[in-house]
Structures are given as C-alpha cells and as structure tokens.
Design a protein around this ligand. Structure first.
Ligand code: ADP
Ligand code: MG
Length: 691
C-alpha cells in the first residue's frame, strides 16, 4: 500500500476531483495532510441549552427547528438584516445576521439548526446576533451534535459538516495505518499515546482530557523531530571550515572609541562574543537579541569592519529600503573615512537603475566594494562577492531561514549574525534556536528619556492634534501612524492620505507635514524620510512601513491611530521609534477598541515598555497557536504547536532528541525519524542527511 502522504485525498469517500482541488486550497493534498489538518477550535455541544433556559450575556449552544425566516432593512442603520426563528418544544429564539442576504436561500422552515453565540435580550425578545450556525441532517447527528465538535478553518465549497464527515471517514480507515515515528522507547518513557489514537482524539475528542493528551502527543512529535533536525544541523555546521579572522586587541579598542557615545556593557559583551566567534575557524552562527533601541546596529558594524580589515567583504541585509538607507548613512558617517582608513561601502536596493546596478555588481565581484548594505536585492542572482566573510541580517524575523541561507551561500561559509528585536524568553530561545549561539543586549543606552503612553478615544482626536501642534512648536518632531492591513489596503491607505491632506491644510497647517507609505513611488519614501531626518519635515504621517528600525532621535511624539487594530508586538515596535534621545517622549494611542482583546492590548502597552513583558502579555491575550507568525524564527515548519505554551513538552522533547542523536548521529537505526525529517524539513537539512 502506498504511504498516506502519497495517497491523494481523492481516494476518500465523498471526495471527487472538484473537492480535491478545493482541499488543495487548504493545503491538503494527501490523506496524511488531511489527518494533520487540525481544528481551529472546538465547540462543546454536549450541553445544548433548551431555548427557554438561555441566559443573556453568555456564549451558548442552542438547537431547534426553523419556524420562520425573513429579510429586511434595519430601521436604524439601513443594513440588510436576515432573521430566523428557532423553536424547540417550549420556546423560541431569534437569530439575526447583518449583510448576509444569501442566508435566505440556506435556511428553510423545518430545518434542524444548531447555533452558537452570545445570547442577548432585544425589545424583550431573546436573540442571538451573528451566531455560528449549522443545519443538522439526520445522517450526521453524531458528528455535529451531542459531542465536542471540531471547528475547522474552511474554504469556499468545503463546509464544516462535510469536512467532519470526510475527516471521520479518513480517521476510521487510515489513522491506524500511520507509522509511529517516535521510537517505542521514547514513547514509553514519555507516556505518549499512539499516533492513531491521538489523531482520532484531536479531531473528535471524547472529553477535554482526551483532547489534551492527544495534543500533548502531537506536539511532542513536532518538537522532537524539529529538535533532532536542529541538533543535526548544528553538528554539521561545526564541521564546516570558515574564516578565522584576526582581531587584535588594538582593533577592538579602536572600534569602541569610534562613536561619540560609550557603548553599553551589554553591547560590549555582545561584541566580545562576536570577536571570539569570528576568530575561530568554524563559522559563526549567532543570534543577536535586543529590544528596540538597544543599539544592535553598531554591534553588527563590528563584524563588518573585522571582515574588511582582514581583507574580506561584508554584507548587511535589511527588510526595508528605508532601513537599508539609514544603516548606510550611519555606517558612512562613522567609518567611510574613519578610524579604519577608507572603507568602501555601497547601498544596494531595488531603487537602483539597471545601469548603476550592473556597475555595482561588477565592483562587488571585483572586490572594489568592502561593505554592501541592502535589501532583499542582495539575494539576487547577479550579486556575487569576491570574498565574503561576514553577513548580518537585521530584523531577521522578517526573513525566512531560506533567505538567510541564500545570503550566506554567497561566501564560503561566512560568519553569520542575525539580529532581532522580537523578545523570546531565554530558556525558550536556547531550545528553539538550538543551532544558533545567542547574544543578548539586555540594557538600553543611558540617558534615554522615559516614554509616557496614554489612550484617548477617537472622539478626543482633535484635542490630541492640538497638543501635537504645541509640542511641534517647541521643536520636537512627531509621527502619526495609521494601520494598513493587507485585506483592506486601499481603504487604509486612503484614510492615511486623507488625514495627511487634512493635517496639512488644517490642524497642523503651521508645520511641514510629510507622508510615507509602502505604495509610494521608489525613491520618494526615501526622500521624505531624509527630509524628516534633517528636520525639514516636522510631522510624518505614516503607515506601518515605519515599524522596523527607523532612527530619528528628535522625534519624540507618536500618535497611533486606531491603535486597537495593531498587534501588541507591532505597537511595541512602533513605539520603539520614539524615546531615542535624552528627552522624554509621549506616545498617544487613539481608538475605540470594539473587542475585549483590543482593550487588553492597549492596557498592556500602556503598562510597560519592557519587550519581554509585552511578549508574555501578547501570548496570554492571543492564546495558543498564534504567537509565531509564519516565517518567524525559522520554525515555520511547525504544524500544531505554540512553543511558548508548551515549554514542558518542548524541553522533554529536546532531551530525548539529544539522547537519540548522541546514540545514533547518522540515524542509522532510526530510518523512520530520518525519513520524516528529510521530508518535513528539506530546506533545513539539505546537506545534513544527504544519502
Ligand atoms: P536597535 O537595537 O533598535 O536596532 P539602533 O541600533 O537603531 O537600535 O540604535 C538606536 C540609537 O541608539 C541609534 O541612534 C544609535 O546610534 C544609538 N546608540 C547605539 N548605541 C548607543 C550607546 N551605547 N549610547 C548612546 N546611543 C547609542
Ligand atoms: Mg535595528
């Protein structure tokens, strides 16, 4: 029998070619993919509340038959309103949806329906607004009612009940065939459930406890395989031969004196660690972690200069053009003709004209450029170095593992420094980045003014703009930030642009107002930023392009519009743009949070400026599973797991992984582990498990 990861879902009952395609939209191709397609959440439908017992204010499940339906315009806001009346033996409840007229074709009198939502009293009637809903037909009673029911992420054409049916069928027929990747001895020691049982219980749990045990087992799998791959990668890395840079004490000291400020002790430690690594023949792979404003950039310059004074080249990659530009300017200011003689530094971004770009490529290849600072443009095929020995990646969470690898592949095992402001608790960091060494900058430069953060409602905005005008008059500069999210980009950009016009003509007409966002023509954003830096612009209306890295110390006021629409980490990054001088700074959050989450985020950001505390809050507010976005941390391969909520499992898995690799470094006796890792982390392990 072919393996389940090679058997198409089309072999399942109820899946034809059309549905197979739709499953593809969900990333589900094989039967194994389907079994590992996990519920977004669960609904406890063991307790269906009789309609007469529904309690206002609570989230509840009710069931009944549709006795009437109808659509109309709402009297209040002219929105389309569709309503059904659901009846059971002795009571009825109104279920209401706005702007979904098509529901009229979905529900029919007599349908048995289960709904889930917050119960309210309106005009002395019991109602549920926008509940989750499902029509129950006889055949699927057992999958959709009277149990803990899985709720899956969906795509058009694949509904909950259908998916549950197919899933049930797949579990019945195939879950038992899955080979157990975890070696029996490990399973026993860790008291893990068999994989088949775990999959059944993660989809259709008997009760909460069963679901937890199943989760535990599946998390363990993920962590274990991930850890084995990380450890193998680390081992293979240690065998590589890279550059042994010569870094005399005198060089080190000269570097420390190159700035108009004293480096912090933490910066000094990080630099010393980098110096040590770079002198070794094995390549460096080091993560530099430090909160926003802790001064990571100058630390990366140390590596660049060490490479250059040893006769090699260095590259620094940034996620945005603005940031690349800024690092380029800073580097030039200190080092182009500074204490290390002439250092030839170039800026490479996609704004370069074709001719200039080609000329620059040629100079890089000939070794006529020492340090290249740039964006993703650095990764292009045409970029070849003569002799690249040091690579730094700024804000590395914006890049994937692949991109990091691609940049280093432009040299012969160069030393690599990746930088991030995403705070991760120390123990977790060691485990997740088992293949990286870690330096932490845990203090900020002295003499930074405090940042005060306040929340005002949208109705108070005018007053806030007046205050901003007063601050501007005193010579400080300000940011006014607008959220732009992908789904709503057009409208969001328009809001920012409209407000820019309004500020220019009205609220802030006595000042120079600038606008930057991600859709400006090439070069224009840069020009505006430069003018802001030179203080030819007083107040910058901007979108989230500001989020990473920008450094303008005289900007000490920030207004964040619709602040509840931003994530916590994002708010923290944004606020990190101010408070960069000795003056105190003010951050004003404008907005009327509609959700509880939104409110809690604002509270959290007001309470502290400590990145670690904020990360922890973020986790608590968001709940499991959402903390790590894709592409973050190089662990985007993980399927089920939120490492932060599962630290125990993570640590147990790491221990077992270490033991396994110690006993069997080539995984000769563990071909299933080896095969699975090779399949699951192909990029990560390309060469490690070759053969
Ligand atoms: P981040 O860690 O967020 O990348 P940056 O490297 O952009 O921070 O540094 C923020 C600002 O602090 C820059 O203007 C930089 O020149 C300045 N800076 C860095 N180190 C120190 C220091 N030791 N003392 C004073 N200012 C510093
Ligand atoms: Mg930075």
């Amino acid at each position: 029998m072919p393996a389940l990861d090679e058997t198409s879902v089309q072999f399942l009952k109820g899946v034809g070619p059309a549905r197979k395609k739709l499953f593809g939209n969900l990333g589900v191709h094989s039967i194994e993919d389907l079994l590992y397609f996990f519920p977004r959440r669960y609904e406890d439908r063991r307790k269906i509340t009789p309609i007469s017992a529904l309690k206002p204010g609570e989230m509840q499940v009710a069931a009944g038959f549709v006795s009437a339906k109808g659509g109309r315009r709402s009297f209040f806001n002219r929105k389309h309103l569709f309503e059904i009346i659901l009846e059971d033996d002795d009571a009825k409840v109104f279920c209401t949806w706005f702007n979904q007229p098509y529901l009229a074709n979905y529900f029919h009198p007599g349908d048995k329906v289960v709904v889930y939502g917050r119960v309210e009293v309106f005009n002395s009637k019991i109602q549920i607004v926008s509940p989750e809903y499902e029509i129950i037909t006889d055949g699927d009673e057992t999958l959709s009612t009277g149990r803990i029911v899985p709720v899956y992420p969906l795509t058009k054409g694949i509904g909950q009940r259908y998916l549950r049916k197919v899933m049930w069928y797949a579990l019945e027929h195939y879950a038992g065939d899955l080979a157990d990747v975890i070696p029996a001895a490990v399973r026993e020691r860790q008291a893990l459930w068999p994989v088949g049982k775990s999959l059944r219980q993660v989809h259709f749990p008997d009760d909460e406890k069963a679901q937890e045990s199943a989760d535990h087992r599946l998390c363990f799998d993920e962590f274990f395989l991930f850890q084995v791959s990380v450890i193998l990668r680390r081992l293979s890395f240690l065998k590589k031969r890279g550059f042994a840079h010569f870094i005399p004490k005198e060089f080190h000291e000269r570097f420390l004196r190159a700035f108009p400020f004293c480096l912090t002790a933490a910066q000094g430690r990080a630099i010393a660690e980098i110096a040590q690594d770079m002198q070794k023949k094995t390549p460096m792979l080091r993560l530099l972690q430090g909160d926003v404003g802790s001064g990571k950039t100058v630390v990366s310059f140390f590596g660049c200069l060490a490479a250059v004074t040893n006769g090699h080249q260095a590259a620094l990659m940034c996620p945005t053009e603005i940031l690349a530009e800024q690092h380029f300017v800073t580097f030039t200011q200190y080092f182009s003709e500074g204490p290390f003689g002439e250092v030839r530094v170039a800026l490479l971004n996609s704004a370069l004209k074709k001719k200039d770009k080609e000329a620059l490529y040629a100079r890089i290849k000939a070794g006529e450029v020492d340090v290249v600072i740039g964006t993703h443009a650095l990764l292009e095929e045409g970029v070849e170095f003569r002799d690249l020995s040091f690579v730094a990646v700024d804000e590395q969470h914006k890049f994937g593992v692949k991109q990091r690898a691609l940049l280093s592949s432009k040299g012969e095992n160069p030393d690599v420094l990746v930088m991030t402001a995403t705070p991760i608790p120390r123990t977790l960091c060691l485990t997740l980045y088992g293949d990286l060494d870690v330096s932490v900058i845990d203090e900020k430069p002295e003499g930074r003014g405090a940042i005060k953060t306040y929340h005002f409602t949208g109705a108070q905005a005018e007053g806030v703009y007046k205050r901003v005008a007063e601050w501007l008059k005193k010579g400080t500069q300000a940011y006014i930030v607008y959220p732009v999210i992908e789904e709503n980009e057009k409208a969001d950009l328009k809001a920012a642009t409209d407000m820019y016009e309004r500020f220019r003509k009205d609220d802030l007409k006595d000042f120079q107002v600038g606008l930057v966002h991600g859709r400006l023509p090439k070069g224009q954003a840069r020009e505006v930023m430069e003018r802001f830096k030179r203080h030819e612009i007083d107040v910058l209306v901007t979108t989230t392009v500001l989020e990473v890295g920008i450094d303008v110390p005289n900007a000490n006021v920030m207004v964040i519009e619709n602040a509840d629409r931003f994530g916590l980490a994002q708010l923290h990054q944004l606020r990190g743009r101010i408070g960069r001088s000795e003056k105190s700074a003010v951050c004003i959050l404008l907005g009327d949070p509609a959700s509880d989450e939104g409110r809690r985020r604002l509270e959290a950001i007001i309470q502290t400026t400590n990145g670690f505390t904020i990360a922890q809050n973020d986790l608590e507010i968001r709940g499991p599973g959402q903390y790590f976005g894709r592409h973050q941390h190089g662990i985007n391969e993980l399927r089920v797991v939120n490492p932060l909520t599962q630290i125990d499992v993570l640590e147990a898995a790491r221990k077992e992984a270490v033991e396994l690799v110690k006993a069997d470094p080539a995984l000769k006796a563990h071909s299933l582990v080896r095969g699975t890792i090779r399949k699951r982390y192909p990029e990560y392990l390309k060469r490690v498990l070759a053969g």
